[in-house]
Design a protein around this ligand. Sequence first.
Ligand SMILES: Nc1nc2c(ncn2[C@@H]2O[C@H](COP(=O)(O)OP(=O)(O)OP(=O)(O)O)[C@@H](O)[C@H]2O)c(=O)[nH]1
Length: 312
Amino acid sequence: MEFRTDYPEGYRAGFACFVGRPNTGKSTLTNALVGEKVAITSAKPQTTRHTIRGIVHKDDHQLILIDTPGLHKPRTLLGSRLNDLVASTLGEVDVIGFCLPADEPIGPGDRYIASQLSLLDGRTPIVALVTKVDRVPKDKVAEALMAVGELADFADVVPVSAVEDFQVDTVDSVLAAHLPKSPPLYPDGDLTDEPEEKMIAELVREAALEGVRDELPHSLAVQVEEMYPREGRSEDNPLWNVHVNLYVERPSQKAIIIGKGGSRLKAIGSESRQGIERLLGTKVYLDLHVKVAKDWQRDPKQLGRLGFDFNN
Ligand SMILES: Nc1nc2c(ncn2[C@@H]2O[C@H](COP(=O)(O)OP(=O)(O)OP(=O)(O)O)[C@@H](O)[C@H]2O)c(=O)[nH]1
C-alpha cells in the first residue's frame, strides 16, 4: 500500500480511543467507523483483550482508532495490567470517545471512568458518545444526552447507533476535528496494523466464546503457535498450516471448549477457519489444541508467554 501524497491543505491525522464500561458498544462502533470487521464484538463483557487499531480514511483526515479494553477496577493481575495499558493509551491519544449506552442509566462504573478521565486534567479532549440510541424511544434520547452532559466537562456529546448506522459519520467528523494537522500516518487503505497472527487468534477466540458460560471469557487465552505453507503448496493448492493453542485455567473448562466427542472444538474450527481464510486469502488447514495453563491470569510468567506482557 502506498502513502497518499496528494492530501489536501489542512489534512488531519491522529489517534482516538474509546473508553467505557464493558458492553457499551466500543467494538461495534469501531467496526462501523472503519467499515470492516477489525475489532472483536461479543455480547459478553470484557472480551477485547488486545489493543486493536482500525483506521478510517477520509479525503481530509485519517482517524486511527485504538480499541482499548473496558476500563474497570482490577480484579486480577491481568486486570491491573489492562488498567495500566488503558492509562498509558489515554495519555497518548488526541481525543477520547467515552461510550455511554442510551438504554442504561449512568451508574458507578461510568462515574469511576469519569473520575479516571478527570486525572487527565483536560489535556485530552473527551467526546461523550451516547451509544445504542436505537434501543430507546426518541424522547428518551434527549434525556440520556442531558444526563450524560452533567457527568463531566465534555468537548461534545453525540448520540449514535452503530447498528443502524445513525450518526456514525458525525462521530467520525467530531473526533477528526480534534486531530492535529498532519500528513497521513498510515498508507492509504490500511485498515489495521495488527499482525495477522493476532487477528487469527482473535477470530478463534471469538468463535470459542460463542454460547459458553459467563466465567469462561476471562479464562481463555488464544495464541497462534506457528503458521507455514503446507508441503506441495502451489497456485492451485495454496494451503497453509495454522496451529493455534487455546489456553484455559482448569480441566473442566477444557472439557467445555472441546465439547462432547470434540463437537464444540470442531465447530470452533470450522467457524473461525472461514474468517482466517478470508484474512489470509488462501485455504488453511487449522489445527486447534486446548491446553490447561493453571491460573494463567495471576502468573506473570505465563501472562508474558501468552503475549500479555504489556510492559515490554
Ligand atoms: N441495538 C444496538 N446494539 C448495539 C449497538 N452497539 C453495540 N451493540 C451491542 O452491544 C453489545 C456489546 O457491544 P460491543 O461493541 O462488543 O461492546 P464493547 O464496549 O466493545 O464491549 P467490551 O469488549 O466488553 O468492552 C453487542 O451485543 C452489540 O451487538 C447499537 O448501536 N445498537
